[in-house]
Design a protein around this ligand. Structure first.
Ligand SMILES: CC(C)(COP(=O)(O)OP(=O)(O)OC[C@H]1O[C@@H](n2cnc3c(N)ncnc32)[C@H](O)[C@@H]1OP(=O)(O)O)[C@@H](O)C(=O)NCCC(=O)NCCS
Length: 191
């Protein structure tokens, strides 16, 4: 699917553009955002490179990677990042990731981002299963995934190597028939 344009009550998921570098760097370069993630805060150049990779992957056929901007519908301002990667080892499955600018945390927007990713995966791409992982210390991520209707599946021991040590991940998933689109989420093709 290209270009992605999925809207919810307050947010929109759209393709990343080269002009998004500064707004995305304000998020991916912030240590509060990346604290529980695999990545270190990114430099502006690294963000520029990531956007260029997202533009390349958006044009791939078939498209397996969706690296997207989360935009505030009213002001059209980029306030987050979300991704959905088709799982190369499982049929009709994908993993998701997401991050928002810290000054807008706690307003229900993280939950809306997960719903928008589910709309992309289930309604637009016809997936069966969407799953996500979080660090055991990332309570905000866990609550957000549960609030969006995911189920905690379990723990992958020593899943990632960060800061010189192995770290477990807690896993969550939702199946196509389980996900309920909240009111206001666009589930038709709206690009
Ligand atoms: C995870 C993240 C996107 C959540 O965004 P958000 O907009 O604050 O989420 P919501 O407002 O929709 O909150 C969803 C639930 O999580 C809870 N929550 C949010 N932050 C929390 C925190 N720090 N500790 C505990 N619970 C928290 C909220 O209270 C809410 O639950 P409730 O309605 O039962 O009270 C945001 O914290 C973020 O960008 N974090 C950094 C990146 C990251 O960790 N991404 C996830 C990687 S797996």
């Amino acid at each position: 699917m290209h270009p992605v344009n999925i809207t919810g009550p307050r947010l929109q998921l759209r393709e990343l553009h080269s002009r998004d570098v500064d707004a995305l760097h304000a998020i991916q370069g912030d240590a509060d955002v990346t604290r529980h993630m695999k990545l270190e805060p990114r430099t502006r150049e690294e963000v520029e490179h990531a956007i260029s990779c997202s533009i390349t992957s958006a044009g791939a056929e078939p498209r397996n990677i969706y690296m997207l901007a989360v935009v505030c519908s009213e002001e059209r301002q980029l306030i987050g990042y979300a991704d959905l990667d088709l799982d190369p080892f499982a049929e009709k499955a994908a993993t998701i990731g997401f991050m928002l600018r810290p000054d807008i945390w706690g307003r229900g927007l993280g939950t809306e981002v997960v719903h928008l990713l589910c709309a992309l995966g289930f309604h637009h791409l016809g997936l069966h299963r969407i799953w996500a992982t979080r660090s055991p210390l990332n309570a905000a991520s866990g609550k957000t995934l549960l609030k969006a209707g995911m189920t905690e599946d379990g723990r992958i021991r020593d899943h990632v190597f960060v800061d010189g040590a192995w770290r477990d991940s807690i896993t969550y998933s939702v199946l196509n028939h389980e996900w309920q689109a909240p009111e206001g989420i666009c589930v038709s093709t709206c690009s």
